[in-house]
Design a protein around this ligand. Structure first.
Ligand code: ADP
Ligand code: ZN
Length: 721
């Protein structure tokens, strides 16, 4: 038996979603039990909902601590678009605004308050909070990005440390801590620093099923491939580069290729950066080319692809950065370009670190990234094992699972390569060896007389990239070594000699080219895409009118549903995931009109297309209802009407409720006290249009089914208008 059977209704009503994401329901139930909570979920897991929905269901104010102004504004905008009374207080507001918002809070008009930690614990604010607690109650403190309390996390903020004061001052207000950082150490630190009491701990899987992971080797075609990715994928994308210089280069190239792209890096002024970011979030520009300075606090849910054009520093960073794709759970793509040169660059910078311990850790982390990039196992298995999570593989959504790399026997090639290293007296790096194998004619070869070696030109049948792939693989398999002095001179070892003596085979995983064929599924997808384009521009237009990011209106996932389902009535429209009652009323007509226009242009014929109707509600009272109405208007009581007509009183009530719903002149306050009306109304707002019993359960014995039915009639009328 579910303890809170109506949470799904409330979810649909307020947020428009049909189902909870994994973990959410459990967490929300715990929150409703006023437990302290520690929520660890990957980016995009849906953490916010875990405190937002309870905030609406519990009396009093929920205070949300959030470190970044941009983050607060986004969340509050999204909430307001669902008609939820939320607000924020931060340094971007003038004192007049602050005061009016504080007043609204004190009057209990606000359910969710977002506030920065330093303001929350200030001497000015705490007394105000005391009054709020007294007058309207504080339902919860929700600490977002809770890893900021920990020095072990990647984003320590000293002001978070002082939050512990809240626990002391308001010991009975439950605290919910949320983070996407997974390590044990940070987790323990959060519990300790915030003084959580017997917290219920929820750790979600870090598997992001909707993300497609792939690694491509970075050849001289890398830019062409990048451009292909950008063109193939509709929607927004982020391209991460190691250096500012490269960010600028790629931005320029993309712009030349007519891709709408902007740069983001620490070399730009604050103003430029925040402008570029806003343009990205508002869908004015499609692609952000950035250093890792970009991303923290960006919760744009519809990023469709994240490309790393250079190797990330470690797997955790890669996971977090690539994880900025597909927060809305829609299929999205994460591509990592990788070549041997990157490793050298990073190794060089590691060697600059003064602390040998730090060097060691950094090298180990680099090793893990290389293993990921070179790995032939399921990418998820490799990533998740990094977080201590076991994943069986065969995910079907990574390059290694979809296009398993055939392992080929390259023993002969390896023998050629290694003996060339030997003949060059183990004094050269990989590129020179490859040059010799391929019969190059450059100065270095001539001077060293390497064109006279027996291995000169015996490798013309393979490309430079292929030889490099082999060389790399030999290095990673430990069959070959290189000097760590920055020159990377190739050196042979015992294993190399085994290969050359034919005592050891060499197997390497060879990438295969992927072919994309256009089948029926693709054609249907293309049609959906055309309609989605139109819906996107409508969304953009509506968003601009309100100066909010487009995703605040509807997520991509909801647009996609619209394009697939092509609803014809408001009722059908309201059924889509992502359409809550407020958005239905606000935007339903506009999107339906757009879909209808598309269908007409496409010649999709249906007789009912023109009727944009609400649910199967018949708006005219029936004869028997009209008879009841007449008697009621003549001043007879329900009991009297019942007797006169020889119909049970409940049926009369049913008539009256339907008459109210059908907008007939019936004064509800003659039937239900104002106080009861208000209370029932509130519950309907939360639970939505469900059957009477759960509403009654919620309200208790002092409310009758009749009263609820009558108020529901009026409520339905208001909602349907
Ligand atoms: P996190 O903070 O964990 O990174 P968010 O709370 O921003 O994630 O949620 C990511 C996205 O998923 C948001 O756009 C949110 O509206 C959406 N979302 C959350 N819960 C659900 C759900 N149950 N069904 C569909 N979408 C959801
Ligand atoms: Zn896989």
């Amino acid at each position: 038996m579910l303890q809170y059977p109506h949470l799904e209704k409330a979810l649909k009503h307020h947020f428009g979603y049909d189902q909870f994401r994994p973990g959410q329901r459990q967490i929300i139930e715990d929150a409703l039990e006023n437990r302290d909570l520690m929520v660890v979920m990957p980016t995009g897991g849906g953490k916010s909902l875990c405190f937002q929905l309870p905030a609406l269901l519990k009396p009093g104010l929920t205070v949300v601590v959030s470190p970044l102004i941009a983050l607060m504004q986004d969340q509050v905008e999204a909430l307001r678009n669902n008609n939820i009374s939320a607000t924020f207080l931060n340094s971007s507001l003038n004192s007049y605004k602050v005061r009016s918002r504080e007043e609204a809070i004190m009057n209990g008009k606000i359910k969710l308050l977002y506030v920065a930690p330093e303001r929350l614990i200030s001497d000015r604010f705490l007394p105000l909070l005391d009054v709020v607690k007294e007058k309207v109650g504080i339902s919860t403190f929700a600490i977002d990005e809770a890893h900021c309390v920990s020095e072990w996390g990647h984003d320590f903020r000293p002001e978070y440390r002082q939050l512990r004061l809240l626990r002391k001052r308001y010991p009975d207000v439950p605290t919910v801590a949320l983070t996407a950082t997974a390590t044990d150490r940070v987790r323990a630190d959060i519990i300790e620093q915030l003084g959580l009491k017997k917290p219920s701990i929820h750790i979600a899987s870090f598997n992001r099923q909707n993300l497609y992971y792939e690694v491509r080797s970075k050849s001289n075609r890398a830019y062409a491939e990048l451009l292909e990715i950008v063109r193939e994928n509709e929607g927004s994308g982020i391209i991460y580069c190691l250096t500012r210089k490269k960010v600028d280069e790629i931005t320029l190239k993309l712009q030349n290729d007519k891709v709408s792209a902007l740069p983001y890096h620490a070399g730009l002024s604050d103003k430029e950066r925040s402008e570029n970011q806003t343009r990205f979030i508002r869908d004015d520009v499609r692609v952000m080319v950035a250093t890792i300075a970009f991303g923290m606090g960006i919760n744009k849910p519809d990023v469709r692809f994240v490309v790393h054009s250079d190797l990330p520093r470690n797997l955790e960073s890669y996971y977090q950065e690539s994880g900025r794709a597909g927060r809305d759970d829609e299929p999205s793509k994460c591509t990592l370009f990788f070549n041997y040169g990157d490793i050298k660059t990073i190794e060089w910078s590691i060697n600059q670190k003064p602390d040998p311990q730090e060097q060691l850790i950094a090298k180990q982390q680099l090793r893990q990234v290389i293993d990921y990039a070179e790995g032939t196992d399921c990418r998820r298995t490799i990533q998740l094992s990094y977080f201590g999570e076991r994943f069986p593989g065969n995910c079907g959504n990574c390059d290694n699972c979809r296009y398993p790399k055939p392992v080929q026997d390259w023993t002969i090639e390896a023998m050629k390569f290694l003996s060339c290293v030997a003949r060059c007296k183990e004094r050269f790096g990989m590129l020179h060896i490859i040059d010799v194998l391929r019969g190059g004619k450059n100065q270095k070869i001539i001077v060293n007389k390497h064109d006279q070696l027996s291995t000169y030109g015996i490798g013309k049948d393979k490309t430079v990239d292929e030889w490099r792939m082999l060389g790399r693989s030999l290095l990673h398999q430990g069959i070959l070594e290189q000097t760590p002095d920055g020159y990377s001179v190739l050196k042979l070892n015992a294993l190399s000699w085994e290969v050359m003596r034919k005592q050891r085979p060499v197997l390497i995983a060879v990438p295969v080219m992927q072919k994309i064929t256009l089948d029926e599924g693709n054609i249907k997808a293309a049609e959906v895409e055309i309609l989605m384009q139109r819906l996107r521009s409508l969304r953009k237009q509506l968003a601009d009118e309100q100066s909010v990011p487009p995703y605040v209106i509807f997520h991509d996932s909801t647009l996609k549903l619209m394009a697939q389902v092509q609803p014809r009535t408001l009722y059908e429209f309201g059924e889509l995931s992502g359409v809550g009652s407020h958005k239905l009323a606000q935007y339903g007509d506009k999107f339906l009109a757009e879909i209808q226009a598309y269908r007409q242009e496409q010649g999709i014929q249906t007789s009912t297309v023109n009727q944009v109707n609400y649910a199967p509600v018949n708006n005219f009272p029936s004869d028997t209802e009209l008879t009841t109405l007449q008697l009621y208007q003549q001043g007879f009581s329900i009991e009297e009407i019942s007797q006169k007509r020889n119909i049970r009183p409940t049926t009369i009530i049913r008539h009256l409720a339907d008459l109210i719903e059908k907008n007939q002149p019936i004064d509800l306050s003659r039937l239900v006290t104002l106080e009861h009306q208000q209370k029932i109304w509130q519950v309907l707002e939360v639970l939505g249009d469900i059957s009477l019993t759960p509403i009654r359960d919620y309200l208790g014995e002092s409310y009758s089914f009749d009263e609820i039915r009558l108020v529901r009639g009026k409520w339905r009328r208001e909602k349907i208008k």
